[in-house]
Design a protein around this ligand. Structure first.
Ligand code: MG
Length: 250
């Protein structure tokens, strides 16, 4: 049996100060009870690599709200993924960033949209409160755009009519192709089912985590998110307490 845990990053594993160090004991506890870590976040590959390095792990990374799945070459499921990109095998589920920009750019002025593509690094720092080195990594986008601010919400309907997925995350609005964290999580689960039975858990705090809650065996909603299929936990530490209590190997 493979045990998978899908972790949201923003406001779940990583707090408002973007400091990776509080996540270290969380990762260690999950690994000690046999869970394989999978990042499932709206963050970019470059940002997720930063956190993976800081935490000294090499997880499968679902990037940009389900836009793509990056599998390290030495992961057992990489054999089922053909496309190579650098040191990863990659499954592209979403739309290329350039195609998303083709839909957003023409309506940016009308709705006063600010997003990575029309913001300087200094503006990104102001909107996100990211430290500048992380802001640069966040701007390296493959499959999604993030709307920081707007003067009215009519753009959401327009982008959805164009076939794009528009989701509220814990901080901002993310625009992707027809994909989400749930489709990506289901794909990761299916890859592992080719090797073994799977037990899957997901931990998240935002509306964009709901699709992944729907495809796992156990969903844990943190930070006050209310969803009927999810167990509620105050924060990720409490979520891991719950997992330890119920799923420690005997
Ligand atoms: Mg979040």
């Amino acid at each position: 049996m493979v045990r998978l845990v899908f972790l949201d990053l923003d406001k779940t594993l990583i707090g408002d100060d973007y400091d990776p160090s509080p996540a270290l004991p969380i990762i260690e506890r999950l690994q000690s009870i046999g869970f394989k870590i999978v990042f499932n976040s709206s963050k970019t590959l470059a940002e997720q690599e930063f956190y993976a390095n800081e935490l000294q792990i090499a997880p499968i990374m679902v990037v940009e709200n389900g836009g793509g799945i990056f599998v390290p070459e030495d992961d057992p499921v990489s054999q089922f993924v053909n496309e190579r990109e650098g040191k990863y095998r990659v499954l592209k589920l979403g739309l290329d960033y350039s195609l998303i920009r083709q839909e957003i750019d023409p309506i940016a002025d009308e709705f006063c949209l600010k997003y990575y593509g029309n913001s300087s690094v200094e503006e990104v720092v102001r909107f996100t409160e990211l430290p500048i080195h992380l802001a640069r990594l966040a701007a390296m986008r493959h499959f999604s755009e993030t709307i920081f601010s707007y003067c009215s919400t009519g753009f959401i309907e327009i982008l959805r009519d164009r076939g794009l997925t528009v989701m509220k995350g814990s901080r901002f609005i993310t625009v992707t192709g027809r994909t989400d964290k749930g489709k990506a999580a289901r794909t990761v689960i299916e890859l592992h089912k080719r090797l073994d039975e799977v037990f899957s858990v997901a931990i998240g705090d935002g509306e964009n985590d709901v699709p992944m809650f729907d495809v796992v065996d156990l969903a844990i909603a943190v930070g006050g998110l209310d969803y009927k299929k999810a167990v509620a936990a105050a924060d990720v530490v409490t979520a891991v307490d719950f997992i330890e209590t119920n799923f420690k190997r005997r």
